[in-house]
Design a binder for this molecule. Sequence first.
Ligand SMILES: [Zn+2]
Length: 226
Amino acid sequence: MSNYILNYLSQSIQNILYLLLFYTFNQYFINIYSILLVTLLYVINTKISFNIKPKNKNIPHLEKIANKELFDKNIQQTKVYTSKKYYGEIIYNKSKPNIIYIPENVVSKYNQSKVILYHELAHIVYNHKNKYIIYKYLILLVFMFLLTISTYMLILLIIIPLLSNYIKHQFEYQSDKFAVENTSINAVSKRLRTNQKLEPQLTLKKYIPYITPHPSIQKRLDKIHF
Ligand SMILES: [Zn+2]
């Protein structure tokens, strides 16, 4: 089974756990338990980052890439490492620093590493992680009030992960835009097209774009050109 499907399923299972807990304690009121739930969402989302240990080396020309103001405001709480993956990645840490990963084979390519850095940095600048937790909580809250427990299961398995991924897609577009503003359309498209060759093709994604947390590279290319 593809990783995408596994990710999707694990999201669904997480949602079920959250909502069961939510429903059990919080049938008609927003009370102390919903606050606990948000905390739990936060802790679970953050905990994932603690499991990943950076093994790779720092990137020496980081300061040259980032502009001074952004660097002072955000990068000082962020470490940048290389990874063997083909895409950039950010791992959030509640206790700083956050970690941005840049693919090893891109580090020597100045423009491409700049694009990746700005894209990942945008996730920090726009506070996407916390926004995601709040939006997801609101979605859960709305469904909680709209539905009874029997209809939950179906909805949880399908709709909530799709909505959550929809939010993530918007964050990706916003980060690409930020990268364009701080580099250029050409640099970002070049970087995306390089990635496109390595992007796994998932037929299901053509029909249900929100099955994965990231939009297809083609969609991202379309967005930055208009
Ligand atoms: Zn991103």
